[in-house]
Write a protein that binds this ligand. Structure first.
Ligand SMILES: [Zn+2]
Length: 139
């Protein structure tokens, strides 16, 4: 394909006074290419996590795209403002309990109701024993 897919556009952005050069809009948010996002102001979710931060309920303010040359695919990543991010909330005993409960629910078969000690398939929620018994009946 000839020509530029994402032409340079001057856009007003929330992280700077006055318009900045971006690559247009993507889902209504300023689109940035690799290397043109200010690293001290914007970060992806994983970059925030690495800094011990969370987006704090704020929506992403920009989208970063990267082109993979070998596969010709384009990936997008949401960028959040670092200054509106909040510290990651520490795990409390109640949160550990809730997590354990949720993981237990994933291991329980809907047919026999037993903890199968493995995560049952989400498509049937049955353990392999019940699933095999059912398919043997149907055959
Ligand atoms: Zn079962």
């Amino acid at each position: 394909m000839a020509g530029k897919t994402f032409p340079w556009v001057l856009t007003p952005v929330p992280w700077a006074d006055g318009p900045q050069w971006t690559r247009g809009l993507h889902d209504g948010l300023p689109l940035l290419s690799y290397g043109c996002a200010p690293r001290d102001k914007l970060a992806t979710f994983r970059q925030l996590r690495a800094m011990g931060l969370r987006p704090n309920g704020n929506d992403p303010v920009a989208v970063l795209y990267v082109r993979h040359n070998s596969s010709k695919k384009v990936s997008f990543a949401s960028l959040y403002l670092i200054e509106t991010a909040a510290p990651v909330r520490p795990m409390t005993p109640a949160k550990w309990t809730a997590l354990a409960k949720a993981n237990l629910a994933r291991r329980i078969c809907v047919d026999c109701g037993r903890d199968r000690l493995y995560v049952v398939p989400t498509s049937t929620r049955q353990c392999w024993t019940c699933l095999e018994a059912e398919s043997a009946e149907a055959a």
